[in-house]
Ligand binder design. Sequence first.
Ligand code: PHE
Length: 445
Amino acid sequence: MNIARFSRIGFILAAAGSAVGLGNIWKFPYMTGENGGGAFVLIYLLTITFIGLSLFISEVLIGKVSRNDAVSAFEDLAPKNKGLWKYAGFMAFTGMIILSFYLIVIGWIFKYIFISISALPTSVDDAGAMFGGMVTTDVLTQFVFFNVAFFITIFIVTKGIKGGIEKVNLFLMPLLIFILLGLFFYATTLKGFPLALDFLFLPDWTKVTNTTILQAVGHAFFTLSLGMGTIMTYAASLPKDSNIVKASASVAILDTAIALIAGMVIFSFMFNAGAEPAGGAGLVFISLPPVFADFGALGNIFAVAFFVALGFAGITSAVSIIEPTTLYMTNRFKYSRKKALIILGVITYTLGMMAMFSNIKEYASYVTFNGKGFFDILDFSSSSILLPLGGIAIAVFVGFVMQKERVYSVLKDYMSDRMFNVWYFSVRYITPIAVSVVMINKLFF
Ligand code: PHE
């Protein structure tokens, strides 16, 4: 199988582009806001350090050694029970679930770029009515912008790893970082900045429940793009002699730094204007625009910069969400990228429309199951169930199924023996046990 190779910086930027997404700038701040701040951040940071990074290295390892799509990778590398392990590779299809609601949110962001250019809402009430109105009644706007997000994503992925994904990331990721840093430096001058630091970094343990913990752990998977074969698939295109440990650590650090920077920016602006942190999924769409509006024309510039950065982050992740299944289909069934993407596109599109209508008041009842809207079901089932399950499968596979010598021989050049043992212990025991305990606790108690 002839799989294209990224350049070295191309791999890092593409993996970082995948990791840094709506998870960092849209989800992380609102989840932190809803879960009371510091304690949630701390659990999230601990999960990234002790579970996320070891799993990231495990996915890169599987991808690099197999140089194959996720399904074939498990099949190739399993010493026995190949037919069974192949099913672990179907974790790639979690991507369809994530992408469908992800594209709706990217659509909202595109719409907000236009709102930022024209007229920002000036009060939180106006902003709430505007966002709520769009999500719950405005089929046309959401439909149009969903389509824009959908076709941009599909178009990039039809161009392949080098000509599409690498190219877009080389250009958008530096720009995204540049914009965010600009906003960050401005935010540090605001009187809301120290308040934001307190909120993000002083834990309030009374706010912690089983749900908080599951959400923090689930979010660690989501934000690092773990548990569905994305990182594995990108790693199949690693350049020949890359230091996979260093590359993994760089991506995890960059991803975490960007989430924290986005959090500091958003909460500095919000606390500066006395806004409430617990705004839920509408946080960046409701609480932030009126705060920007206070700055006059400068505020429009901030708002455009912010939503453009968010859009970039979203697109570079969206392409990585559909690439694993695309590679699987082109690889296993010898489909062209176009044909694979038409099939995958139809699935995503259907799920996406169902999710969109679950937010529209008039139609919600048709796509609400057990009192939960389809949009929320997709979000919850992917982050809190499927990605962690995928993570457990990867950890068990690398920790117990692959031969230790094989694993060691790949990593020994990039890790000291001591570090290898710590990593191996985390993959074999800490990750599967901790993630199972958290899931069982939340789902059954
Ligand atoms: N990591 C992305 C984000 O934070 C989302 C993602 C999940 C991408 C799973 C790929 C795979 O937005």
